[in-house]
Design a protein around this ligand. Structure first.
Ligand code: HEM
Length: 411
């Protein structure tokens, strides 16, 4: 991807590194960080970010998109770099937003001729018609700053002796500065944590807002989900947490349906064919770029049952709607395919689950009369619902008190 990697400078991102030893090393480190055995480290931090988000939604429901972005960004920056982010105007949240906008724009593969004729990248930026070079010059500043500035923050905190425990400090402390591979290992940390930062600050926000949209459009689904949560948790007088994970089948089905119905990356990330292949009688020569049509897979009647365009969590449930149906696929098609499948798919599902179950426990989500933007989506490598107005109201005075009392002190 010449535009993305060579010109804009996202070549540190695992998703854009070709399949080679460099990619393998980074992918291995990434997977170890978010391994399920590390759940005791990252789950409390995720829950803390969600509980803060509930307070923000209570105080200022209209700014729900900013709150969702703050939730995703503050969790990722906390676990990756030990940054304690309090506001959506924070420097690092804004940096991620600009960086991800640049990635979305540069990532429309067919939008840039240079992706098909790589030698165009040698044109000078001032050359007539070389607007792509001028765009790249602007975007490059944020693309480079994203991983560099955050890692610098963690390194400085370590030197001062006041670093919070996080992936950066854990990985840096394992290194020996006098080892000749030190700089190379630091570059691996830079790339892996940058990939966590960029991968985690935008994708889940799309799913959070799609969830709110589906609740506006499907009040019956909302009621059924709230009934299940009330029976299992709210009657205990507390907010849900990971003790309920996998104990609420309808919530699990709802989460999967949000991910299936409007997949965040409808054509995943393009894959590069490394050797000649034959598929269903079609010859695919080495060097081809293949796009996986995740959208079509996720809207295939043969896999997901009738009316795949309708939002209906019960497609994953048994006929009595009280448990999951083991015969219906709950696979990870929305997270890509093969060895490049999203390495954060489990934490992404957990993030959406804890957001969904927490919001539904305490809020009613309702339509705003006359809102015309409902259901419209952006286009690009990652899709988001267009901004829409929605009412997010506490379900009762007790619910509002639960939100205020549920804030988790600094970890
Ligand atoms: C709803 C949330 C998410 C969705 C739907 C999603 C989806 C995807 C998809 C479709 C791919 C491309 C897979 C392929 O090439 O076949 C991918 C790759 C990737 N994702 Fe995610 N993702 C999500 C959340 C996250 C999060 C939270 C992180 C980081 C913490 C992350 C980090 C990555 C990375 C690093 C890759 C590149 C993997 C590689 O090329 O080896 N993703 N994701």
């Amino acid at each position: 991807m010449p535009m993305m990697n060579d010109l804009v400078g996202f070549d540190w991102n695992i998703g854009f590194i070709p399949y080679d030893e460099k990619w393998k090393e980074r992918r291995k480190v990434f997977q170890q960080l978010f391994h399920q055995s590390k759940a005791d480290f990252y789950r409390p931090r995720l829950l803390k970010a969600v509980r803060n988000c509930l307070v923000h939604l209570l105080d200022d429901p209209e700014s729900y998109r900013g709150h969702c972005r703050l939730l995703a960004g503050s969790f990722i920056l906390d676990v990756a770099y030990g940054l304690d982010i309090q506001s959506k105007d924070d420097f690092y949240i804004q940096l991620a937003e600009r960086g991800m906008r640049a990635m979305a724009l540069a990532g429309t593969f067919s939008g840039y001729l240079v992706n098909f004729i790589p030698s165009l990248k040698y044109l000078p930026w001032w050359f007539p018609g070389a607007q792509f070079k001028r765009d790249a010059r602007v975007w490059r500043r944020d693309a480079e700053a994203m991983p560099r500035d955050c890692l610098r923050f963690a390194e400085d905190a370590l030197k001062r002796g006041d670093a919070r425990s996080c992936f950066a400090t854990q990985l840096i402390q394992e290194l020996e500065p006098e080892n000749e591979e030190f700089s190379e290992k630091m570059k691996v940390i830079h790339d892996v944590l940058g990939s966590i930062y960029s991968g985690g600050s935008d994708t889940v926000v799309s799913s959070f807002t799609t969830f709110l949209l589906t609740m506006v459009q499907n009040p019956d689904v909302q009621k059924k989900a709230q009934k299940d949560i009330d029976e299992a948790v709210s009657r205990l007088g507390r907010l849900p947490d990971f003790r309920e994970y996998r104990a609420l089948p309808y919530i699990q089905a709802l989460v999967w349906e949000v991910l299936r119905w409007r997949p965040v990356a409808p054509v995943a990330v393009p894959h590069f064919v490394t050797e000649d292949d034959v598929y269903n009688g079609y010859c695919i020569p080495a060097g081809s770029t293949v796009f996986a049509n995740s959208w079509a897979v996720l809207h295939d009647e043969a896999v997901y049952g009738p009316n795949p365009d309708a939002f209906d969590p019960s497609r994953f449930m048994n006929p009595s709607n009280d448990d999951l149906n083991p015969e219906i696929s709950m696979g990870y098609d929305m997270f890509g395919f093969g060895r490049r499948i999203c390495p954060a798919k489990l934490i992404a599902v957990e993030s959406l689950w804890v957001f969904v179950v927490s919001v539904l426990a305490v809020f009613d989500i309702k339509a705003v009369d006359g809102e015309e933007n409902i259901g419209r989506y952006t286009s690009g490598m990652l899709i988001h619902p267009h901004p829409f107005r929605v009412q997010i109201l506490p379900r009762s005075i007790d619910a509002a008190n639960l939100i205020r009392n549920g804030v988790i002190a600094s970890l």
